[in-house]
Design a protein around this ligand. Sequence first.
Ligand SMILES: *Cc1c(COP(=O)(O)O)cnc(C)c1O
Length: 628
Amino acid sequence: MAMKNFTIQDASELYGVKEWGYGYFGINSKGHLEVCPTQDENLSMDVFEIVQHLRKKGVHPPLLLRFPQILTTRVQEINEAFRKAMRECGYEGDYQGVFPVKTNQMKEVVDQVVKAGFKYRYGLEAGSKPELMIALSMNLHPEALILCNGYKDENFIRMALLARRAGRNVLITVEKMTELPLILKVAKELKVEPLVGLRAKLSAPGAGKWESSAGDHAKFGLTTREILEAVEVMEKRGMLESIRELHFHLGSQITDIRRVKSAMKEATRLYAKLRKRGVPITYLNVGGGLGVDYDGSRTTFSSSMNYTVNEYAADVVWNVKEICGQEQVPLPNLLSESGRAVVAYHQMVVVDIIGLIDTTYAKYKVELTGQEPQIIKDLAYTRDHISVKNFAEMYHDAITQKDELLTLFNLGYLSLEDRAKGETIFWEVCRKLSRILSYKSLKYIPEEFQDLSKSLADKLIANFSVFQSLPDHWAIDQLFPVMPVHRLKEKPTLSATLCDITCDSDGKVDKFIDLKDVRDEIPLHEPKPGEPYYLAFFMTGAYQDTLGMRHNLFGTPNEAHVVVNEDEDFRIQQIVPAQTIDEVLRSVHYDPAQLIEGPARKGKRGDAEEDLRSFLVEQRKLHTYLDV
Ligand SMILES: *Cc1c(COP(=O)(O)O)cnc(C)c1O
């Protein structure tokens, strides 16, 4: 194989950034990760420079970087897609989206989304009382909708109806039959006409990791019978006019466009039959679920999706138009509640690599002196004779020999040096075998060898917490793209997995995106002594912020909001400092001042005690991660 220089094109292919980057991420001529937050490649920011700049200001990794301009383009893209789809098929109705606050409740995020959505009369969706308070506080277009989903108690309903009485467009979607009498009771008391929606439990199931949000046994929504009951209740009260919306939600990250089509058919029929029964529904709400192509494969794999935003909008619009035409009912205004697709891209987490765990003696080779015990000689024989022809048999020998090595050590027959030598040779056998398996490109790799490359992988330690920054990777094996922030003109020489700094063996990343499959390792560079090595995790903007948890008492990392300027430079708009040790301790009910005065130390205040005290006082103000 001819050696050629590793180029940024090679890096781009290796990490697949063109496929999943969606025009937001790329590699610049310096071999650094770049962000184009407006999808204009002439307006790019160098992430390595951003990180260096922040470091100089004392803002250390791990870093959560937000790019508000990405949020703006996402809001535009989704709204424009529906407008375009409606224009193209002559849909005489309106589209009015809402942003589900639960996907990212951070103030800066909601502010930006609301600002970008103003001209589209883009609204908000709330699933709890605090989320509704957020929604009510925002400067929305007067015609924008505020939707209340999720389970509701009387106070939630009262909050919504008081806002309605004060002139806001607050619509309450009934998730559960018991909510309806509460709505009617409070509405009567407040003398306000409620705007009510009905959430249907569709039979068309969702798909993938989040599929249980829909289907006959879903947690949310009304059955056909309950919908009829709700209509009857409202009819009896002469309040049919109040039913304005029909809603469904298929679950998050719909990977297959066919799910959307079949759900649209079912939901539109439901809408049409209700219209014909005299229920004056004006909004058909298709919920969330618009996917994000995390791996760039454009497939129905759970990290991907087999459609574009435009195709999604077109399928929704077209199916509604088609079926309403058949049923001869008026076209509804369309509503959607995309969350993930709006916020996923705008955020990345940059971590620094602080070390490498070598469990396989990767740096060592053993030359025999001839004086070694027989078992070491046996292992060396295996190492020197393993080949394409005999690898299975020889590998079994090596495993037996390694067991024997340990037995002999435990019986006291081997020295520490002998044991280390034997183990080193064993890993040499494994590496040789791994090369044989990869060169040979065997049609079928026996199962016993499939984990081999995994156990040979280099483990890099990253200064962050998976539980805080990528909770869905831990909880539901969600895959996020990972790529180095710099050194992208250098060929990576490691095949690595990542460990975080929590004392939890689950605090790791050992599943990575791939166009065809899921990778167990990722090619990375060997960290150079005295030089930082930064990696970025991408598309962490949806759900991760508030799902993130303080396992091991690692708090939120430093955060910076960065925008691009016309002159090709970046501007740090805002820095949000990491949670301090003090704050994290308070969150688990310690009073840090009292804690420092702990009972054991009372009474004896020597110099040593004073030194410790003043050091603790200093540390309290710092962030919770390693200072390296
Ligand atoms: C969570 C949720 C959404 C957002 O879903 P995404 O997949 O993030 O778009 C929308 N509607 C409802 C009712 C939800 O519960």
